[in-house]
Write a protein that binds this ligand. Structure first.
Ligand SMILES: Nc1ncnc2c1ncn2[C@@H]1O[C@H](COP(=O)(O)OP(=O)(O)O)[C@@H](O)[C@H]1O
Ligand SMILES: [Mg+2]
Length: 287
């Protein structure tokens, strides 16, 4: 390669790196706390700001973004890994113009796949990853290696917690693992299913105190969400709440959470790596 083509190559690489989307991973220690609800509604709300959004359903056991939205999926990431389909065949259009990469039970073994298969997925994704402004990832519950590989690939972590002591304990366990493995992605706590704002703030403050005292770090307030029957209504209607109930209190609270996510200081965007690249790297961590 001569000098000119070398320079051209590095400029192209730089352009692609700069354009990589911000990855927001929605997670929790415990299941059934509202991860899918927030993933869907945050993704659709982001798209309102003329952003191109990809929602990845990475809950490999109970993946149900498609059910939440009444969408039918034909293919999954597994078909890309096997080389039978392109990623563009797998991605489906969701409400508000978002793109959705559906989960599949066949993805269960995703992280046990051979390197070559995962590299194929990474390459397929990196071809058009830069087309998105943000990627929202809905994870499964728990702190398994699969879940943590996605969580540790985040630029920002949205941790959903409820006042249930089991939810708080599991969330704390997850924070501990996150902080042991990386320090740059801010963790925003969403206090879900609370009675009022005060309960939400106090839930966050208690957790932050524990993190400061025992883990010598800090977490951020991502907002609160009241326990509200409209949430279940929207799920029954198979529509995101921000579309089915646009003038409701929960919609306003989702918007406030979104502003907090945008306001959180993330890693310098020029240092980002491709998402599946990070997931593959995290597979080797001992979590
Ligand atoms: N703020 C809320 N108010 C009332 N019900 C809620 C709220 N958040 C979640 N839910 C209910 O909790 C259940 C689990 O939500 P989901 O988003 O599927 O959780 P996860 O993805 O964490 O398993 C759903 O049936 C949903 O209706
Ligand atoms: Mg879920």
């Amino acid at each position: 390669m001569n000098k000119t083509s070398n320079k051209l190559f590095s400029l192209t690489t730089l352009k692609v790196e700069r354009n990589l989307p911000e990855i927001i991973v929605v997670t929790s220690g415990k299941g059934g706390v509202g991860k899918t609800f927030f993933s869907v509604n945050l993704a659709v709300t982001f798209s309102r700001f003329k952003k191109k959004i990809l929602l990845i359903d990475a809950d490999i056991h109970l993946g149900n973004v498609d059910l939440f939205l009444g969408l039918r999926t034909k293919y999954s990431i597994a078909d890309v890994i096997s080389g039978e389909k392109n990623l563009s065949d797998v991605i489906i259009k969701g409400p508000g113009g978002i793109d959705i990469l559906p989960a599949s039970s066949a993805v269960k073994d995703l992280l046990d796949e051979e390197d070559a298969a995962l590299q194929r997925l990474h390459q397929a994704f990196s071809k058009f990853e830069h087309e998105y402004d943000k990627v929202v990832v809905d994870t499964g519950a728990g702190i398994s290696k699969n879940v943590m590989s996605f969580v540790l690939g985040a630029d920002k972590i949205f941790l959903v917690v409820t006042p249930d002591p089991a939810s708080i304990a599991d969330a704390y366990g997850m924070i501990k693992i996150i902080l042991q493995n990386q320090e740059y992605a801010p963790i925003l706590v969403m206090a879900n299913m609370v009675k009022n704002e005060a309960e939400g703030e106090s839930l966050y403050s208690k957790m932050n105190l524990m993190v400061q005292r025992f883990l010598n770090s800090q977490i951020y307030f991502g907002g609160y969400m009241l326990k509200d029957p409209l949430v279940a209504d929207s799920i029954k209607m198979q529509k995101p709440l921000v579309i089915s109930h646009p003038y409701s209190a929960p919609n306003n609270l989702i918007r406030m959470a979104l502003r907090r996510i945008i306001g959180a200081q993330g890693k310098d965007s020029s240092q980002r790596k491709g998402f599946f690249n990070r997931v593959i790297e995290n597979r080797n961590l001992s979590v």
